[in-house]
Design a protein around this ligand. Sequence first.
Ligand code: ACK
Length: 304
Amino acid sequence: SGSCTEEFEIPLFDLSTITKATNNFSAKRKIGEGGFGPVYKGILEQGQEVAVKRLSKTSAQGEDEFKNEVVYIAKLQHRNLVKILGCCIEGGEKMLILEYLPNGSLDSFIFGDRQSMVLDWPKRFHIINGIARGLVYLHQDSPLKIIHRDLKANNILLDNDMNPKISDFGIARISEEDEIGAMTNRVIGTYGYLSPEYALHGEYSVKSDVFSFGILVLEIVSGKSNRRFSPPDLSLNLLGYAWELYKEGRSIELLDEHLCDSCLTPEVERSIRVGLLCVQQRPEDRPSMSSVVLMLNNEGPLPR
Ligand code: ACK
């Protein structure tokens, strides 16, 4: 009994419970490296699988990201966001206990070693649509209006049914409603996904998430990663390539070679077009996530 913070009423786990569940944080149980430290798979006494995100950076930034994540994730509840089960703050340790998602991140699915399990187009569209719905919730339907700021394939986790779940709220921020953009002099996030106004001028808004979403769409469609590209070459990358193909009516060449040629259905074309709308240079030209969902599902007009 007890809770992580007075304010948020998240269940508090004992350190002994988590130590046991993770086999004393054994290397075998480590599933990856997250924003502020390693992530372990844990199995609770009742057999329930959990993911344990352990704060390891003893830096002010690590502490901030941990606190940020607890505070935000506790208030958010949506089928396309990772669920928090509780936390553990004891003996100098700080950990988040999250639902365990057996299929890991989208990153390893589309660019990684799981290429043998090629995602067909309907699954890819399901993933794109789910991420978009999660973002509509974050941006406008959640009690806090939140900008994620670090959307990338590595932060999209997949459950057993390939439902995407947005994770890692370490650097998320509340969006000030009537502000077009907030400023920061500390640009954190991941190159390849950062919008130009954020990467170059530290200006962020919900429209920076829309940009990152657009990159994700192009990555999911093409099976190619945009991560290795960084400023000032923002145009010499996947999105520049996608634009070229689109303008010349050759969008089919963007498609992942693992997808069938007959895949260039109106649905795929729509997704590519929506992705390209989202990565426009000027934030004000990018659509909101709610119009993205409408356009993806052919329920709203798609501008030329
Ligand atoms: O692709 P992955 O195995 O899936 O590697 C990353 C790594 O940890 C760093 O984020 C994995 N991961 C993070 N959170 C979870 C979770 N809740 N369930 C399963 N795997 C997770 C992620």
